[in-house]
Design a protein around this ligand. Sequence first.
Ligand SMILES: [Zn+2]
Length: 408
Amino acid sequence: MRRHLSFVLLAAICVSVLASCCHNEKKAKYVFYFIGDGMGFSHVSLAEGYLATKEGKIGNSPLCFSQFPVMGMATSYSANRYITCSSAAGTALATGAKTNNGMLGVTPDTVELTAISYKIHNAGFPIGITTSVTIDHATPASFYANSAARSDYYSIARQLSESGFEFFGGGGFYGVKDKRHAEKSLYDIAVEAGYEFAYGVEDYKAKKGNSEKMILFQAEEAKRNNDLPYVAERVEGDLQLPQVVEAAIDFLNNEKGFFLMVEGGKIDWAAHSNDLQGTILETLDFDQAIQVAYNFYLQHPEETLIVVTADHETGGVTLGRGKGYVYDLSVVNEGNKVAQEGTDVSNYMQDISRDSLSVVAKIGWTSTSHTGGAVPVFAVGAQSGLFAGRQDNTDIPKKICKAMGVEF
Ligand SMILES: [Zn+2]
């Protein structure tokens, strides 16, 4: 009996020590939510293999985010399909609820859902929503809009202005192509709602003190309502995702903290085209954007949380193709060199078709759409342990709220 009692006592002490230790971990105050659109496990390995190739060695050279201490996986199916689309996955990652493919921020029977960005905003944190594609595209839109159809870009873009969120950045409004834009300009609607537009990084720096709410788009007017250019097609002065993250941190940073969602949207687009070079370079660019957040984390390690995941895999990419135990990414390296030397990349791509580059590299593709596999989750910083192991995509926003001490 006495032995039993002392065991109970010991167990109670252990539980209370454990509880106090976890309790002492600070809440996440500065939160980064990175979503690599279409970025499956193989996309990460592909980028790592490319870096190793450049260093002249066999193996994987890690990215910034693939070294994060916490790793997990997330299942990605939607309410009506084994294979999700970006709006159903974005809805899951933003609201914690599944919906049908093609729907955005609503349940399958069109009841509006509330994204965590609104819950976090209501708790007093400023919000930033950023992407390398257009700001009214599925993933960013999942964090501020509700629409039975993800393709209703004009209505979605209108909701951006109604959100009251502090910072938006990336590609502009795809919704300007809608005839309703001619009647009421999306730009005018945003200005009426108190947003200041900045076109390019220099313009941002000049205007950042002018307003509480900012929208950062491309400097060049002709490019403004498109996605940001592919890395391989960039010219000087083009806005880049890492710069958008830098500006967002600069704009949002304050004593209270902030929440910033960043989408690497062109990993998906490149993978849809089975474009090997694009898939690798866009993943590396996304990593550069994460590096910007990681530098911020190093300054505030106890109060910063960085979560990196994907909405689904795109392309069914494999490291290896057909028979044999070899792949060779040095051909991609040459492609990049051609781009760096100023040769027109689109012509280069026409000379060696995208598929034949993959044939030479022995990289396989099984789809020009999304695939249904689970996606990786990486995390570092305050409360990052919450993201370890197996989870569903709907769990991630709930865990982010928990990490911040915000009621879900
Ligand atoms: Zn896609």
